[in-house]
Design a protein around this ligand. Structure first.
Ligand SMILES: Nc1ncnc2c1ncn2[C@@H]1O[C@H](COP(=O)(O)OP(=O)(O)OP(=O)(O)O)[C@@H](O)[C@H]1O
Length: 265
């Protein structure tokens, strides 16, 4: 079993935010995730790295039950958020995704105004009692996403009219507007230029003060820059997981070493 549980003292964090135990994922006959167990700490950036097709995105999508939306996908094993089983029949996946938000590879703003993109989630989940309160959430989220000063005079312009980097920050603002506890990011910078990438990376560093961030990235430099913990996946297995510095400077498994030195992947 790929068991990457860590004694609490070793994680350096107070508590695990997410615990996954013996997770298996199949798409039809394809066995995409093989018996993965891992603890993801709170207020930390955790990076998932590994060669294309190793299962990073699949495992990420398990954490907010996004795989439920794929008809051929079957997930087994146990995933707990603050100790609560996310597959419990009493858990509403829509509520779960407000607690465990997600930002995708390609910025995907709704065909709505900038304001309405951010206001959508809080409205859906009844988080604001009045329009003024909703406006406050919108402003706070856009500020946290480092977008407010650029767009405060055109809140009613369409979100799709922004640049790629601005659209991605809008998607981050939309995800954090529901006050999530965990933010999942699936290659959030892959469609962005180096300046927009640097802005998002800076933002990720700030976001971890508020919640747990899990990021899938193809860039080892990015994983090294933004994360405190790194998990290396290979052929559906979680091969190695630990402090980012240790993974990059002193990997234990030869497969990790081969990947970070560019011999596989
Ligand atoms: N919707 C799907 N239907 C069927 N098979 C899928 C689906 N999504 C992923 N897979 C398969 O599951 C395995 C893991 O894919 P996944 O996208 O999770 O890997 P990844 O490490 O994120 O890859 P990449 O870095 O290329 O994005 C692959 O064999 C892939 O072909």
């Amino acid at each position: 079993m790929n068991d990457m549980r860590m004694p609490q003292a070793q994680t350096g964090a107070t508590l695990s935010k997410i615990t996954a135990r013996s997770v298996q994922v199949h798409y039809g006959d394809t066995h995409a995730i093989r018996d993965v167990s891992v603890d993801i700490p709170d207020r930390t950036v955790t990076a998932f790295i590994g060669p294309s097709g190793c299962g990073k995105s699949t495992f990420l999508r398990c954490l907010n039950r996004m795989n439920d939306t794929i008809a051929t996908c079957r997930v087994a094993g146990e995933i707990r958020l603050d100790g609560e089983d996310i597959h419990d029949p009493r858990v509403d996946p829509v509520q779960l995704r407000a607690r465990v938000g997600m930002v995708f590879q390609k910025p995907n703003p709704f065909p709505k105004s900038i304001r309405d993109n951010v206001a959508y989630g809080p409205k859906l989940h009844g988080l604001a009692a009045s329009r003024a309160e909703l406006d406050e959430i919108v402003e706070k989220s856009l500020r946290r996403a480092a977008l407010w000063t650029e767009i405060k005079d055109r809140l009613h312009a369409p979100g799709t009219g922004l640049s790629g980097g601005q659209q991605q920050r809008l998607c981050i603002a939309r995800a954090i507007a529901t006050a999530p506890e965990v933010l999942l990011m699936d290659e959030p910078c892959s469609a962005l230029d180096p300046i927009a990438t640097a802005q998002i990376e800076e933002l990720i560093d700030e976001l971890r003060e508020h919640f747990s961030v899990v990021i899938v990235t193809h860039s080892m430099q990015q994983a090294a820059r933004v994360s405190q913990r790194t998990a290396f996946f290979h052929l559906g297995e979680l091969v190695e997981y630990g402090e980012t510095d240790a993974i990059f400077t002193n990997p234990v498994d030869p497969r990790t070493e081969n990947y970070i030195t560019g011999r596989i992947g």
